[in-house]
Ligand binder design. Structure first.
Ligand SMILES: C[S@@+](CC[C@H](N)C(=O)[O-])C[C@H]1O[C@@H](n2cnc3c(N)ncnc32)[C@H](O)[C@@H]1O
Length: 214
């Protein structure tokens, strides 16, 4: 994602009611951030926020947290969030530290168009690498559910292999889900861009029922 300078960045963060500063202090009590106690879904690498904002609007019965590591990207997302949307919060963090922010509280993780890190030596940075799956093990409340979308077939195949080795099984698996699957399509910025160019989108729901440590 290209990072352009954003004017009035400090002001955007100060005025953003959905942004959670000091998010670590809610570890183990994330539900206190929301008016209703209900399932918690998070998106890691939310970018400019289109997906998670739409999901929160469509699903008032679920609490959502969008996660992004870059200020400049978040500064584009925060002003888009309607004030009245009470089931969405935003955290700034690098997902490698995610286990310090949630304690067996998450019901589902969305990974939309994660950075592919194409070189073999970069594999550890992929959000579906064994390191990240181990972090996720620590934050899921019950069964682990990861919903992944990407245009990048190499990242998708890598992810299926690692997820499978980690005990996940797959449903709704497709290499071109827009054409081949009758699923609701809430599109992220990247998804819109690729779909307009006719690029097929890979999709999977991965679930693991195994007992987790941590
Ligand atoms: C290719 S963009 C996709 C954005 C959005 N999900 C979409 O589909 O339009 C990937 C985003 O993930 C963020 N990201 C990458 N690694 C991350 C990490 N370890 N922790 C948090 N965010 C991360 C990047 O900063 C970037 O905004």
């Amino acid at each position: 994602m290209r990072l352009r300078n954003v004017k009035n960045m400090d002001e955007i963060f100060t005025q953003a009611t959905h942004y959670v500063e000091d998010a670590k202090k809610y570890c183990g009590k994330v539900e206190t951030l929301f008016p209703k106690k209900q399932p918690l879904h998070i998106e890691i690498g939310m970018g400019k926020g289109d997906f998670i904002i739409q999901m929160a609007q469509l699903h008032p019965e679920i609490n959502f947290i969008g996660i992004e590591k870059f200020d400049k990207v978040l500064a584009r997302a925060l002003p888009k969030i309607p004030d009245a949307l009470s089931n969405l919060k935003i955290y700034k963090l690098d997902a490698r530290e995610i286990a310090s922010y949630f304690q067996k509280e998450v019901d589902k993780i969305y990974l939309n168009f994660s950075d592919p890190w194409p070189k073999a030596r970069q594999a550890k940075h992929r959000l579906t690498s064994p390191f990240f799956l181990e972090q996720y093990d620590q934050i899921f409340k019950g069964d682990a559910v990861i919903e992944m979308k990407t245009d990048n077939v190499a990242l998708f195949l890598y992810s299926l292999e690692i997820l499978s080795q980690h005990g996940y099984s797959f449903s709704n698996l497709s290499l071109d889900y827009h054409k081949l699957m009758d699923l609701p399509k809430v599109m992220s910025e990247y998804e819109k861009k690729f779909t307009e160019k006719g690029i097929p989108i890979c999709y999977v729901t991965a679930t693991s029922k195994k007992k987790r440590g941590g």
